[in-house]
Design a protein around this ligand. Structure first.
Ligand SMILES: C[S@@+](CC[C@H](N)C(=O)[O-])C[C@H]1O[C@@H](n2cnc3c(N)ncnc32)[C@H](O)[C@@H]1O
Length: 256
C-alpha cells in the first residue's frame, strides 16, 4: 500500500478522503474472479465520483467469507432475506452476494448520488436487475418511512469507517437500519488511524461487536490490519423501552 498522502479525488464529497490511499485506478470495465464463485463479476470502476469507484481490500474479505459461509450453510446463506449494503461504491460486495446467494429476497446497494450511475451500470453488466436495486443513502440523513432500505435482515458495510466526521452519521444510519430486532450488520474495516477508535467507542454504547473468528482466511487478512465483524444492536433497557412506548403512544394520539 502507498503511504503517500493524497488530496481527495472527489469534487462531490469532502468526506471522501483516505489518507493512506491505495493505488488509484483508471476508469475501465473488467472482470473480477473469486475462488468458489462460478462466474466472475463484471465490474466498471471509475473514481471520478469518489473513492468508492474502485475495489477495496475490505470488499474481498467480505466476499471470500460469504462464499465460504454459503458452502457451510449448504447453499442456503441469506435465503429469503432482505439485504442492504451501505457505502457500496461500485456495488461489488452486493453484486457478489446476490450471485453467491441466488435465493435472497432482495438486495439494495446504496451510496451517495455520485456513485449511482456506476452502481446501476454494474447491476446491468451482471444481469442482476431482478434481485438488485441501487438507491441513494446518505449516512446520518433521515430515512423516509417507505424507503426500501428499511426492514433489512442483513446490512453490509465494507470499508466505511475511514473519516472521523462521518463516524456519527454512519452510526445513526446503522441504528436506523437495524430496526428489526434480528438485524445483523457485517462490517469489514481497515485500521488506518488511531482516531478510528472513536468510532468503536461510540458504537459500542449501542451495538455489540463480534470478531468473525470462524473465517478460515482471518489470519491472512489480519496481517494487513483488516477486520471482519458481525454487529447487532444492544437490547433496549427498561427505561429505553418505556421511552419508546411513550413515543409510540404519542404518535398514535397525534394521528387519531
Ligand atoms: C472506501 S469506499 C468503500 C467502497 C466499497 N464498499 C468497497 O469496500 O469497495 C467508502 C464508500 O463509502 C461511501 N460514503 C462515504 N461517505 C458517505 C456518506 N456520508 N453517505 C453515504 N456513503 C458514503 C463512499 O462514497 C464510498 O463509496
Amino acid at each position: 500500500m502507498s503511504s503517500i498522502v493524497q488530496q481527495p479525488v472527489s469534487i462531490f464529497n469532502e468526506f471522501d478522503y483516505i489518507t493512506e490511499r491505495e493505488q488509484e485506478v483508471k476508469a475501465h470495465t473488467g472482470s473480477v474472479a473469486f475462488d468458489g464463485l462460478s462466474e466472475p463479476i463484471l465490474l466498471a470502476q471509475d473514481m471520478s465520483g469518489g473513492c468508492g469507484g474502485k475495489i477495496w481490500k475490505c470488499a474481498n474479505v467480505m466476499i471470500d467469507y460469504f462464499i465460504w459461509k454459503n458452502v457451510q450453510s449448504n447453499g442456503t446463506l441469506f435465503k429469503n432475506q432482505k439485504i442492504v449494503e451501505i457505502g457500496s461504491g461500485t456495488g461489488l460486495v452486493g453484486l457478489a452476494v446476490a450471485k453467491i446467494c441466488p435465493e435472497i429476497k432482495q438486495m439494495v446497494i446504496t451510496d451517495q448520488l455520485p456513485m449511482m450511475d456506476l452502481m446501476q451500470e454494474n447491476i446491468k453488466l451482471n444481469h442482476l436487475e431482478h434481485s438488485v436495486t441501487a438507491d441513494i443513502l446518505n449516512w446520518g440523513e433521515e430515512i423516509p418511512n417507505l424507503s426500501q432500505v428499511l426492514g433489512a435482515d442483513v446490512i453490509l458495510a465494507s470499508d466505511c469507517i475511514y473519516l472521523e466526521v462521518a463516524f456519527l452519521p454512519l452510526l445513526e444510519t446503522f441504528f436506523a437500519l437495524t430496526n428489526k430486532e434480528s438485524s445483523v450488520i457485517y462490517l469489514t474495516y481497515k485500521k488506518r488511524r488511531n482516531a478510528d477508535k472513536l468510532f468503536f467507542q461510540a458504537a459500542k454504547k449501542k451495538f455489540i461487536f463480534k470478531d468473525v473468528t470462524e473465517d478460515p482466511k482471518m489470519n491472512n487478512y489480519k496481517r494487513d490490519k483488516l477486520h471482519l465483524f458481525s454487529v447487532m444492536r444492544k437490547p433496549l433497557n427498561q427505561q429505553q423501552l418505556q421511552d419508546l412506548q411513550k413515543a409510540k403512544s404519542n404518535t398514535t394520539t397525534t394521528q387519531a
